[in-house]
Design a protein around this ligand. Structure first.
Ligand code: DC
Length: 225
């Protein structure tokens, strides 16, 4: 959706490519609101795990996802609520990530997420990150980016992130899990991960986040003028 007054930047890309870090830095620099769509799909994965198999027919799927909502906080970030409780801190385990990868293939879920995502187009600017932001959700965004890095680098980064949180994981399992996620995200029929038309491709394997953000700010300045 193109908005005349809201400047939209989409950041698509693979898991662990640095999308989230870069989106946060960029949103702060530009004072734009940040929508992390992966977090939103993770909340559907979380709902699925909570439901313990009650997620089988269309009605129960719809009912469960209707309990998911988002609200922007004072830091200009959308936070996720499930049954009116903030759940952002519960969404970053590998278990929830894998569950999100599975439930994100369900059309009713994508439809609900699409509506929530579209409702974020307000204010002066929106940074929307995730797998189909530039391809499906905001195809007419003002600036589209596709962020990637080698699988080895992404696995190392994810391992560090999980260990910092105190998770007991090893490199091989994180590598395999990311590889599986890549295959699933790229080969699914519904909204597969791909480079959006007219997107700028950025490889983050050898670049520090600040250098990437500077690069993007230059692109933003060019499209703005
Ligand atoms: O970016 P992430 O690892 O937090 O995303 C978790 C899962 O959510 C991912 O495996 C696929 C799904 N997802 C999606 O289908 N569409 C999006 N726009 C974002 C995430």
């Amino acid at each position: 959706m193109k908005s005349n007054s809201t400047y939209i930047i989409t950041i698509d890309g693979t898991s662990g490519s640095g999308k989230t870090t870069i989106s946060k830095l960029l949103a702060k620099k530009l004072n734009f609101t940040l929508l992390d769509s992966g977090k939103l799909y993770r909340s559907a994965g979380y709902a699925f795990l909570q439901s313990k198999n009650k997620f089988t027919d269309r009605r129960s799927v719809k009912e469960l996802v209707s309990k998911i909502d988002i609200r922007s906080n004072n830091d200009n970030e959308y936070e996720i609520f499930y049954e009116n409780k903030k759940i952002d801190h519960l969404l970053y385990s590998e278990k929830v990530g894998e569950s999100a990868s599975i439930v994100s293939k369900i059309p009713d879920i994508r439809q609900r997420m699409f509506k929530i995502q579209q409702s974020c187009v307000k204010g002066q600017g929106l940074i929307a990150n995730g797998r189909d932001m530039g391809t499906e959700v905001f195809p007419e965004a003002n600036l589209k980016l596709y962020i990637s890095a080698s699988l080895e680098i992404r696995a190392k980064r994810r391992l560090e992130e999980l260990r910092k949180k105190g998770d007991d994981v090893n490199y091989d399992s994180v590598y395999k899990s990311l590889k599986k996620r890549d295959e699933s995200d790229m080969n699914r029929t519904l909204s597969p991960l791909k480079v959006p038309d007219n997107a700028e491709i950025i490889d983050t394997s050898e670049l520090k986040p600040d250098a990437i953000v500077d690069k993007i700010l230059k692109m933003y300045t060019i499209t703005e003028n």
